[in-house]
Design a protein around this ligand. Structure first.
Ligand SMILES: *[C@@H]1O[C@H](CO)[C@@H](O)[C@H](O)[C@H]1NC(C)=O
Length: 300
């Protein structure tokens, strides 16, 4: 079946079923680690360098008054500094996930939208039960709730991940409930946008916390999709942290947010403050969009 005809079948399915579920026969499972690795190999092959463990602490540019005293300043006017190192750049594009708001602030941009970290915990299906789930199972999103809800994801290694939920993380990199940073936590709690979200979705939020503690409650949620699933079929699994951009009115930002601030740095820096899911699946399309944005912002 060609992609086109299966899309046709898919849309007929949607129309006749009144949007209960989607069946997407061409959705495959790939090894994202390998894809990621080959992206970085491509980048290096074309002359790029990948520096890991480089915690950015500032962006600087040569002041207007003493602009371009040397040719290297003229060519690479932006300095990106960490505690120990400096990299000189012609242009800078940032995409800092959990720290994307902090990076934007470092170059004088607004602190909003702010990143509020939400932990997403998964359960794992026990290997002997993996035949219960043969493809991705997704709920149809309920627009009344801020997050998509649990889904079933078979992975390249044969394991099946169930989840994630969404509970406030007490730290930007708060992968465990016991990871707490008072300053990160206060920042979230003091943020008007978070307060509005919390008030609006208090019931949902409390249920999520309850389900996070009580495995049985989480399994009950999953049984809506796979009724034969029991608590004996699952174990606790890995967790991730969503870099959730929230505006000051408490809305979850679900589109891309670009920012470049003002002043000299503004002509040289492009911040990607929010890159919504699915990032990996759409990475090539996102790259094309970012490249267009770079051309436009820097008049290249
Ligand atoms: C992607 O590759 C980079 C190094 O090139 C690594 O730091 C990062 O953890 C990788 N991410 C994933 C999800 O594999």
């Amino acid at each position: 079946m060609t992609l086109f005809s299966s899309l046709f079948h898919l849309s007929v399915g949607i129309l006749s079923e009144g949007l209960k579920a989607l069946w997407s026969p061409h959705t495959g499972i790939v090894d994202w680690g390998k894809v990621n690795h080959s992206y970085s190999e491509d980048f290096k092959y074309r002359g790029g360098d990948v520096c890991l463990q480089f915690e950015v602490c500032g962006f600087h540019t040569v002041p207007e008054s003493q602009r371009f005293t040397t040719s290297s300043q003229k060519e690479f006017p932006v300095r990106v500094t960490s505690e120990k190192q400096t990299i000189r750049c012609r242009y800078v594009v940032t995409c800092g996930g959990l720290y994307s708001d902090k990076l934007a602030e470092l170059s004088g941009c607004s602190s909003e939208p702010k990143i509020v970290p939400f932990r997403g915990e998964y359960l794992l299906l026990k290997p002997e039960k993996s035949s219960l789930v043969r493809g991705n199972i997704y709920p149809v999103p309920d627009p009344r709730f801020p997050f998509l809800g649990v889904h079933f994801t078979p992975r390249i290694d044969g394991s099946v991940w169930l989840g994630p939920n969404a509970v406030l993380a007490f730290k930007r990199e708060g992968y465990k409930p016991t990871d707490i940073s008072l300053s990160d936590l206060c920042e979230s709690l003091k943020y008007r946008g978070f307060q509005k979200l919390a008030i609006q979705h208090l019931g949902y939020g409390l249920k999520e916390i309850y389900r996070s503690i009580n495995l049985r409650a989480q399994v009950k949620e999953l049984q809506k999709f796979v009724p034969s699933l029991t608590i004996a079929d699952v174990t606790r699994g890995p967790t991730g942290v969503r870099a959730q951009a929230l505006d000051k009115n408490g809305n979850l930002v679900d589109d891309f947010v670009f920012d470049s601030g003002s002043g000299n740095l503004g002509e040289r820096i492009l911040h990607i403050r929010n890159a919504p899911s699915p990032g990996a699946t759409s990475s090539l399309a996102i790259a094309r969009m970012v490249a267009d944005k770079v051309e436009q912002t820097f008049s290249l």
